[in-house]
Design a protein around this ligand. Structure first.
Ligand SMILES: [Zn+2]
Ligand SMILES: [Zn+2]
Length: 236
């Protein structure tokens, strides 16, 4: 814990000494510059309302339409394709300790038009297992959810959903069914906090959507009425 705290202090000190540089092109000024953001592929076109897969028309993609019983996420909103500068920014936030980029990324998520008019009761970050929290020092989804909640004037609830079982990092297991098995039963929600509520899950990236669906499943098992998810990036 002390080592983590010292490491964080050193990081903050470095952030103060050196001017901000774009995580992607290294231009001075901001952590993610306007040029790189312009080049990022936005996912605000027609998409499946449940899994955000881009598609030409209709409301559900073929895969979602084929599974009518919905225990996972009811609605997924993704801001960008997981690629280029957005991938660099997520990597910096997640693995390089660049917490300072969270406000900008959270701002990009909160301004998505799809969130307008959506009735929501609370924002919930996708939790990490306590052991990973100890080694990383923070949960990047907490940071993003905090920014999103503040901008949408939603209560932030980082305690109603817990990760009770760790699973290997997503990158090593891209297979969807395998991933779904890995996160099955990995989350638990507290009924007294979520029953009858409409929740917005917040995470950095959706790859197979297995983690988000497992979180939504736990929230619904605890009585949540409806669960949407908001991610900065989606693999498409
Ligand atoms: Zn740039
Ligand atoms: Zn779909």
């Amino acid at each position: 814990m002390l080592v983590n705290a010292l490491r964080e202090t050193a990081k903050v000190a470095l952030d103060l000494v050196f001017p901000a540089r774009c995580v992607n092109c290294r231009a001075e000024g901001t952590l993610l510059c306007a040029n790189c953001l312009d080049d990022a592929v936005r996912l605000d076109g027609p998409a499946c309302s449940r899994c955000a897969a881009p598609m030409k028309s209709g409301s559900l993609c073929q895969k979602c339409a084929a599974s009518p019983r919905q225990t996972g996420v009811d609605r997924l909103i993704a801001a960008y394709k997981y690629d280029g500068a957005i991938r660099e920014a997520i990597h910096a936030l997640k693995y390089e300790g660049l917490r300072a980029v969270a406000p900008q990324l959270g701002g990009l998520m909160a301004q998505l038009p799809a969130l307008g008019g959506m009735k929501l009761d609370l924002a919930i970050p996708v939790p990490v297992h306590p052991s990973r929290l100890r080694s990383r020092g923070y949960n990047q989804s907490d940071l993003l959810a905090k920014e999103v909640a503040a901008r949408l004037s939603l209560p932030l609830d980082a305690r109603s959903l817990r990760r009770v079982r760790n699973s290997p990092p997503q990158a090593r297991t891209p297979d969807e069914q395998q991933r779904a098995r890995q996160v099955e039963g990995a989350f638990e929600a507290m009924p007294d906090r979520v029953t009858g509520r409409r929740a917005l899950l917040v995470d950095d990236v959706a790859t197979t959507c297995s983690t988000l669906n497992a979180c939504a499943g736990a929230l619904k098992a605890a009585g949540a009425g409806w669960v949407a998810a908001l991610v900065l990036a989606r693999e498409v």
